[in-house]
Write a protein that binds this ligand. Structure first.
Ligand code: KG4
Length: 328
């Protein structure tokens, strides 16, 4: 059978990334141009600055992805950009570029949901992984438990009612003075601390999450007691949010009977979360987690999800618009 090559394009937040993917599973190239150093001094992503930098980077990053994959543009079968969710100005850069390329080389445009991309990062790491499985999707913009029924068929079992877990990590880091992006810094400092501070957990009947209560509790503790041991605070925060994730994951397993779990999204790079989830394997549950470099935003995962959309027959017209609050 002929190989199918997809060109993944990702610009939903602060990474301009383009990747060439073979048959949805093999990375021929994955170029990631991160803007983290640019946004660091503002303590978070500034949307207008992100859009301008995507414009500056997109053509250069695409050319490098094509060159590193050692293919010609005409070998591409489908152009598969992220069209949501994300920052609208940032999304529009990658999407407009993808439309222009699709028109120029006369190859189909196939839009990809960014969350679907995060889930697909697992297909690049584990060639044998096939749906159905339960995906614990934790990123800077989203937190949800998804039943992956098929490559393009999803059922959201539970989601956050307020902050995404990554937002809570970033806020905690900012308050204790660690800077942006907070997740990796909390992860590092927590290794030096003890999880000995009691923090609140919000429970719901269903599989929904809430992270604003614990975030506010950490902020209040730090304000009331600026000398509090920051490493202990980070370790306690990380332990409590991991317990929340695990509780809902176990509920999802009981509800669906599916004993295969895959992590996804930037927060699944967290070393403590990865370690604690792996312990589920003692309970006869199979646990998958993407390679660290595929957890945070990248176009390889978008090209993989784009492949599955393409082979399922999805095609988009050149009027495809960016959808900042796109749902699965
Ligand atoms: O998936 P991602 O790159 O962007 C979105 O699609 O949202 O996720 C970014 C989020 C940020 O909140 C960042 O702080 C968090 O992932 N993150 C981590 C770690 N690495 C990145 N959070 C906890 N521990 C980490 N090691």
């Amino acid at each position: 059978m002929k190989d199918i090559i997809t060109l993944g394009i990702e610009s939903s937040c602060d990474e301009t990334s383009v990747a060439v993917i073979k048959n949805g599973r093999e990375i021929l190239s994955n170029i990631i141009d991160t803007q983290i150093p640019i946004h660091e001094k503002y303590g978070g992503v500034v949307p207008e600055i992100a859009s301008r930098n995507h414009i500056e980077a997109i053509s250069r990053v695409t050319k490098k992805a094509i060159k590193d994959a050692n293919i010609s543009l005409l070998q591409i079968d489908a152009i598969t950009p992220t069209y949501g969710p994300g920052l609208v100005g940032a999304l529009l850069v990658g999407l407009s570029y993808a439309k222009a390329l699709s028109y120029a080389i006369k190859k189909p445009l196939v839009g990809v949901n960014h969350i679907q991309g995060h889930i697909a990062a697992n297909y690049l790491t584990y060639k044998e992984l096939k749906p159905p499985f339960i995906c614990v999707m934790t990123s800077g913009g989203n937190t949800q438990i998804v039943k992956v029924e098929d490559y393009t068929k999803f059922q959201v079992l539970g989601k956050t009612r307020d902050d995404a877990i990554g937002e809570a990590f970033d806020k905690v880091a900012r308050v204790v003075g660690l800077g942006y992006p907070g997740g990796p810094k909390v992860d590092k400092l927590a290794k030096e601390g003890k999880p000995n501070i009691e923090l609140p957990k919000t429970h719901f009947e269903n599989l929904d999450f809430s992270f604003s209560g614990i975030k506010t509790a950490v902020i209040n503790l730090h304000h009331k007691n600026p000398d509090i041991n920051r490493a202990d605070l980070c370790a306690s925060f990380q332990k409590t949010v991991t317990e929340i994730l695990l509780e809902n994951t176990k509920k999802a397993i009981n509800q669906t009977g599916i004993k295969v779990i895959a992590l996804a999204g930037g927060v699944s790079a967290n070393s403590y979360i990865r370690k604690e989830f792996l312990k589920l394997e003692k309970e006869d549950i199979k646990v998958y987690m993407p390679d660290l470099k595929l957890c945070t935003d990248n176009a390889a995962m978008i090209g993989s999800a784009g492949y599955y959309n393409y082979i399922s027959g999805k095609r988009d017209n050149l009027d495809l618009n960016a959808v900042p609050n796109l749902k699965l």
